[in-house]
Design a protein around this ligand. Structure first.
Ligand SMILES: *Cc1c(COP(=O)(O)O)cnc(C)c1O
Length: 349
């Protein structure tokens, strides 16, 4: 096993030497007493959002820290997990020099962000059963490989990866390992957040966009070592999580019962949709899923996609992804929407 490099060896030169922007609210943090704020050129008349939001989102982090059993210093929040992923590139990947490893078929943003940030994207396809190909990943790693991206449960295949496979890469990789857990709340597998202490090079991303039903507020969460979080904080836009988002997220997190009920219901619905799909003659394979969507192989994905569209149902055609020829991805909807989906599938069969 290689030793893990010092984190400073992974940080981009420009970021290492960077003195971050100091906002008005960095210089004076309110202690709650009634101070007069004449420091940030805000409009003083209270309308609920006339003040800049807390740049470090302390209240929100305190709730997340207690719910996830981590320290606040292990959390960074972003404008969606897409911003978190972009910050990881900008903090650690030297443009025109470094590389990342992604495992297609997977979430498309890693590749797009690599392109934007001029970082080489080495693609190591999943195995036929949609698991990480560890020997091939190790083969593809070199000194310039800064990040390996795992999406688990994986979008669009739906499965959570075998723990031992991610562990094997964590143990061998000298750079960072990101586990994107956008769908973890639908999975029976344990979150990687509980392994942060063991792996200083591990970054776990989560989001309120999927199970929590808050895609519209844009809140992404990054869990990692204090050292990694400090670097990411240094480069994030000062007020990247707005006041309304922070308030709405706090409300949502304080009502865990609703989220848990909805997840429970969606898992039951997922089972119903699975059962229904088995009776559709043109459905050839229903892939196992740990997420709130199902990938299926059909006879002719483009034709079926168009037919569903004509009946007013929008699904995702994933056929252009490797290993996904003629596949459609169905998100689990409300009970009525799922019944409608199955009815239409029967009609067009
Ligand atoms: C939907 C999704 C995200 C996006 O999350 P946001 O927080 O809405 O930006 C991230 N990763 C995966 C795998 C997703 O499917």
């Amino acid at each position: 096993m290689h030793t893990i490099l010092q984190l400073t060896d992974l940080v981009r030169e420009t970021v290492k030497d960077l003195k971050p922007y100091a906002s008005a609210r960095d210089e004076y943090v309110s202690d709650g007493s009634s101070m007069i704020f004449l420091d940030a050129n805000e409009n003083p008349f209270d309308n609920g959002v006339n003040r800049y939001p807390d740049p470090y989102q302390h209240k929100l982090k305190a709730v997340l820290a207690s719910q996830k059993s981590v320290a606040e210093e292990n959390i960074l929040l972003g404008n969606g997990s897409d911003e978190v992923l972009d910050l990881i590139f900008r903090a650690f990947c030297e443009p025109h020099q470094d590389a990342i490893i992604t495992l297609p078929p997977t979430y498309g943003m890693y590749k797009v962000l690599a392109g934007i940030n001029a970082v080489a994207n080495r693609e190591v396809p999943l195995t036929a059963d949609f698991e990480p190909d560890v020997p091939a990943i190790v083969e593809a790693m070199d000194m310039d490989t800064k990040v390996v991206f795992f999406c688990s449960p994986n979008n669009p295949t739906g499965n959570a990866f075998a723990t031992e496979r991610i562990e094997a890469v964590l143990a061998r990789h000298k750079g960072l390992v990101v586990v994107d857990e956008a769908y973890v709340d639908f999975s029976k597998k344990e979150s990687w957040v509980s392994h942060l202490k063991k792996y200083p090079n591990l970054i776990v991303t989560q989001t309120l966009s999927k199970a929590y039903g808050m895609a519209g507020i844009r809140l992404g969460i990054c869990y990692a070592s204090k050292e990694i979080i400090t670097v990411l904080h240094k480069i994030k836009p000062p007020y990247n999580v707005n006041q309304l988002t922070q308030e709405r997220a706090l409300e949502c997190l304080s009502d865990r019962a609703t989220v848990e009920e909805q997840v429970e219901l969606l898992l039951k619905e997922r089972q119903k949709v699975m059962t229904g799909l088995k009776t559709i003659p043109f459905v050839q394979t229903i892939y196992p899923t740990d997420a709130n969507f199902i990938l299926v192989k059909v006879d002719d994905a483009e034709q079926r996609y168009q037919q569903l569209l004509q009946h007013g149902i929008v699904v995702r055609n994933r056929s252009n992804q490797p290993l996904c020829h003629n596949t459609l991805r169905f998100s689990i909807g409300t009970p009525a929407e799922n019944i409608r989906l199955l009815t239409v599938l029967k009609t067009i069969a």
